[in-house]
Design a protein around this ligand. Structure first.
Ligand code: AMP
Ligand code: MG
Length: 400
């Protein structure tokens, strides 16, 4: 059977490249930049006043002047107003451009303003204080954003500030989520006592939304003919198929056979892991990649986090995230010769260490347990006894 490490490697060697597209910058959150961006002007573009108060020439302080005649008031965005003598000042607001004749700003808190004059209340004035100098952050032409960078809110603000109304981003793969199973009814339907509502597709879709990816949802019955027909259609329309259910040993688990008949080459079937042992992965000769996850919700969820997201990141050219580790905070035993993904809650202790507390559920069908967890802790295959204080890798699904 394929190990978790082998499965991961095989999946990553089948990462794709879906090219690039140009989109409005405000719609680009969570996407990956596919161009370098330079500053179109200095940042800040002028000597920016950083406190509300008055602008003076420091020469005045050197000459012992403590009261200034307010010559004018300058708001942010106004053309700078010059002072003509050291006895004058400009009342000036945060964000305004410093007049060439001034070099120092004194904030209102350190002044008394009366009868058109400003008087100093403090004596510790420093030349150049309360200013954010032109080009201090970036110079015109400096590289400020690089291709391959994940677009975060901070990246969006930077793009906005340099006038990049459109961004070239990596194109996302077209994804379809296919659930299967005759026992599954629509969310709005009332199930018979023996049916359940479909939940996997929405869970997978939500994970993809967190990744900035839209996906379509389709449901297929456990009928070999219909399964084949629907998957065939999807192989023509999408770059990636994410299937859930129908890949185990059951009499109605027709999906591996259908994929075989449709010439989707199996890369592996079954991974030495719990949950998610029946996981199937393959690729069609036309390049379409197929992840077929077991239907049990915890297994589907774990496999999406552990295998699909790294594949997606690799396909988008995002550098792999540095693995996260946590300290197991109770002893735990797991006997089967399978790599166990333990459901845990995460917290920090007073030393700043990340702690993982197991949250006991009722196995891979217990999706109610998932809602109270933050991560899967990947326990090594080579061991059965895991002790409090030992450190293992975690796959955080709450804060990612
Ligand atoms: P399967 O992998 O098809 O044998 O399904 C394993 C278990 O997961 C069964 O109890 C199914 O009812 C359940 N299951 C499969 N697909 C879904 C789904 N989309 N939403 C919720 N439960 C599912
Ligand atoms: Mg099924």
């Amino acid at each position: 059977m394929t190990t978790v490490t082998e499965a991961e490697k095989l999946i990553l060697t089948n990462a794709g490249d879906f090219g690039a597209e140009i989109i409005p910058f405000e719609r680009s959150l969570g996407r990956v930049l596919a161009e370098n961006i330079k500053a179109d002007r200095d940042l800040p573009p002028f000597n920016r006043v950083s406190m509300d108060g008055i602008a003076i020439s420091y020469r005045a302080i050197e000459n012992g002047i403590t009261t200034f005649l307010i010559k004018a008031t300058q708001a942010a965005g106004d053309i700078p107003v010059d002072i003509n003598t050291p006895y004058e000042c400009i009342e000036i607001m945060t964000g305004a451009a410093l007049p060439a004749s001034a070099d120092t700003v004194i904030r209102y808190e350190d002044l008394e303003i009366k009868d058109g004059k400003a008087t100093l209340l403090v004596s510790n004035i420093k030349k150049g204080q309360n200013l954010h100098f032109k080009g201090a952050d970036k110079k015109q032409g400096n590289l400020i954003l690089t291709s391959g960078q994940l677009i975060t809110p901070a990246v969006i603000s930077l793009a906005a500030s340099v006038g990049e109304a459109e961004l070239r981003v990596k194109r996302n793969p077209k994804v379809v989520i296919l659930s299967s199973g005759d026992e599954l009814v629509e969310v709005a339907a009332t199930p018979s006592p023996y049916q359940i509502r479909r939940s996997n597709s929405y869970m997978v879709q939500a994970v993809l939304t967190q990744q900035g990816l839209d996906a379509d949802i389709l449901h297929i019955p456990d009928d070999p003919g219909i399964i084949k027909e629907r998957i065939q259609q999807c192989l023509k329309t999408y770059d990636v198929l994410l299937l859930s259910g129908g890949i185990s040993m059951g009499k109605f688990d027709h999906i591996p056979q259908a994929l075989k008949e449709l010439e989707v080459k199996q890369v592996f079937h079954k991974v030495e892991q719990r949950p998610g042992k029946p996981f199937w992965f393959g690729k069609h000769s036309n390049g379409v990649v197929v992840f077929a996850f077991p239907g049990n919700p915890v297994a589907t969820f774990m496999c999406v986090q552990r295998y699909f997201i790294p594949w997606l990141n690799a396909s988008q050219g995002i550098l792999p995230k540095r693995p996260a580790y946590a300290v197991l905070d109770t002893d735990f035993t797991f006997q089967p010769q399978l790599q166990y993904f333990l459901q845990v809650k995460l917290s920090f202790n007073q030393q700043g260490q990340l702690l993982a507390t197991p949250v006991k559920g009722n196995g891979s069908g217990d999706f109610a347990n998932l809602a109270g967890t933050d991560a899967f802790m990947e326990l090594p295959l080579a061991k059965n006894e895991f002790k409090k204080g030992e450190v293992y890798r975690v796959w955080n699904h709450r804060f990612s």
